[in-house]
Design a protein around this ligand. Structure first.
Ligand code: EPU
Length: 301
């Protein structure tokens, strides 16, 4: 699929970083994943348009990622063009109570920026390690708040490289999901915040951070919650009730702190994590009659 001319063209025309055979373990929070055929960090919209155009011309499928904090890449990697938006697309502007922010900006950075300007709204989400684009794509949430509550509009690029703005009324959010047509790339979001004293926001952020530290295993690589919560129940609690905390497959372990986290204790592979996921799903189905659906995105070969 990747002949010399495509590689050369990419290196010549893309201004951001272009890497071939790039180990995804270096680009995911789980520190797991085989190589991507090509991993590209577009610097700006022009780079992204060029990439989308190349992918179309060469009939190469692309995968869009941010910080890789909700992503499990299988051990043999990705026969795809992986487009990582986490190093470009990080502009932030505030106008009145609106914040316009690039998809590659960290959610936490955006919330911190808002706080400096005495704008509040997403404090519970502070500490989520992903990007704004990732947070929008999966309607990230914590402590009863979700990204969707503050969204004004998003700017998206389609598979033809054309961008358009989609306003809040036309966006369909679900639990951990924003419904968008296949191939849609989120490049920017506008959030509607509200005025609040900086000290008040700081206090709020600190208390959520503390709760996060007390209830989640932050000292080991993970991808956050592994499963979606089933309606009316908590995946973490169910896993705990079945005595599965501390269960290990290879280097993957069900966190002893939070049952819905799988941590990489050092040498975990994607196969270990997938085997552990399967084991949990089987036990939960057998003993509780509940199907646990992964919340993380599982990709690759
Ligand atoms: N619980 C247990 N045992 C456990 C874990 C949790 O009994 O091992 C209980 C807790 O005591 C609590 C309930 O289950 O009563 C819910 O737990 P928690 O407050 O930790 O929230 P969660 O539903 O497990 C969700 C999000 C998290 C987010 C937290 C905090 C999902 C899938 N996960 O977890 O998001 O940080 O709420 O609001 O909705 C993520 O999306 O990656 C993520 C970490």
């Amino acid at each position: 699929m990747w002949d010399e001319s495509l590689i050369k063209k990419m290196q010549k025309t893309i201004r951001g970083g272009v890497f071939f055979n790039a180990p995804m373990s270096q680009h995911t929070s789980l520190h797991i994943g085989g190589p991507a055929d090509a991993l590209v960090f577009p610097q700006d919209q022009r780079d992204l348009e060029t990439l989308v155009d190349m992918a179309r011309q060469w009939a190469v499928p692309y995968l869009i990622m941010g910080k890789g904090t909700n992503l499990l890449v299988r051990d043999r990697g990705l026969r795809q063009l992986v487009v990582n938006l986490s190093s470009g697309f990080n502009q932030i502007f505030a106008r009145g109570e609106r914040i316009r922010v690039g998809a590659g900006t960290l959610l936490t950075e955006m919330i911190g920026f808002a706080m400096e300007g005495e704008l509040s709204g997403l404090a519970p989400l502070y500490g989520i390690p992903g990007t704004v684009g990732g947070g929008l794509a999966m309607n990230a949430g914590a402590w009863g708040s979700e990204v969707k509550e503050r969204i004004g509009s998003i700017t998206v690029m389609n598979g033809e490289g054309r961008t358009r703005k989609v306003s809040r009324e036309d966006l369909v959010f679900d639990y951990r999901e924003l419904r968008l047509p296949e191939g849609t790339i989120i490049v920017e979001g506008t959030f509607l915040m509200e005025r609040q004293k900086k000290e008040k926001i700081e206090e709020e952020i600190t208390s959520y951070q503390q709760r996060r530290r007390e209830t989640q295993p932050l000292d080991f690589p993970s991808a956050g919650s592994i499963f979606k919560n089933p309606p009316g129940a908590s995946a973490g609690r169910i896993i705990e009730e079945l005595g599965l905390k501390g269960k290990r497959v290879g280097g993957a372990e069900v966190s002893t702190i939070h049952g819905n986290f799988i941590i990489n204790t050092g040498d975990a592979t994607a196969s270990h994590v997938l085997e552990l996921i399967h084991l949990i799903q089987t036990r939960v189905l057998q003993e509780k009659g509940i199907t646990l659906e992964p919340e993380i995105r599982i990709v690759g070969e």
